[in-house]
Design a protein around this ligand. Sequence first.
Ligand code: GUN
Length: 290
Amino acid sequence: MSARRIDGKAAAAALRARVAGLAQSFAAATGRPAGLATVLVGEDPASQVYIRSKRAATAEAGMRSDHHPLDAGTSETELLALIERLNADPAVDGILVQLPLPAHMDAARVIATIDPDKDVDGFHVVNAGRLAVGDPAALVPCTPLGCLHLLKAELGDLSGLHAVVIGRSNIVGKPMAMLLLGESCTVTIAHSRTRDLPAICREADILVAAVGRPEMVKADWIKPGATVIDVGINRLPGAEPGKSRLVGDVAFAEAAEVAGAITPVPGGVGPMTIAMLLRNTLVAAHRRAG
Ligand code: GUN
């Protein structure tokens, strides 16, 4: 391996410690802790694990964590009424509705009901619009924000670099592209219909893979010395029966022979997402406190 391994776990721990310090100052100055409300509809095991991690990290940072578990049969009207109550609650700075929602709910309508200034996921169209026009009031989706943090720590000024983002989701690909454009990168968004994807990736100084296809990006897709950010979290069968292993969207071992720096999976982008959720919650709290 010749590439530098970008340690997202360490970067996330440092960021969480910084947010915890600032959260303490916020509580001292305002007489109340910053607060995150989480909502989970149903009992999807993966979502329960995510919510547990988010709540533990919130509490560990000295912020208030209020959880609202709703049973799978809850109507959309009831969920929207809960969101309206949380919008109006002065102790709540951030609202996170865990996705995916059950099939009988319209996720777009649910997200649109969240007060954009409490939308710490950055999923509301108002925040997507703010990000697109470069409005600093934008709350930015946590995963791409975490990727940008790692890139700036690794490379410093990103201006003029060619960034290729593989994936065009509203949660990762599109906001990632907007953030990189904001850093004056030349940005290409590639996706499943892109022609000659390997050739386009080979042009990239920065390659962000967010497609959800295990080990799709091979060594010969990478420009020597490029910085590779792997957003993928894919579960493959492990060596032993009944065991699984996590892999990214990049074939790590071979890619690391060519790249200049690369994030591992696990331990790369993943830990940054929760750290950025805490950061967004504190940012929202400060803005609301004026
Ligand atoms: N489900 C998977 N990732 C996320 C996330 O970042 N936010 C929310 N709300 N739901 C998710």
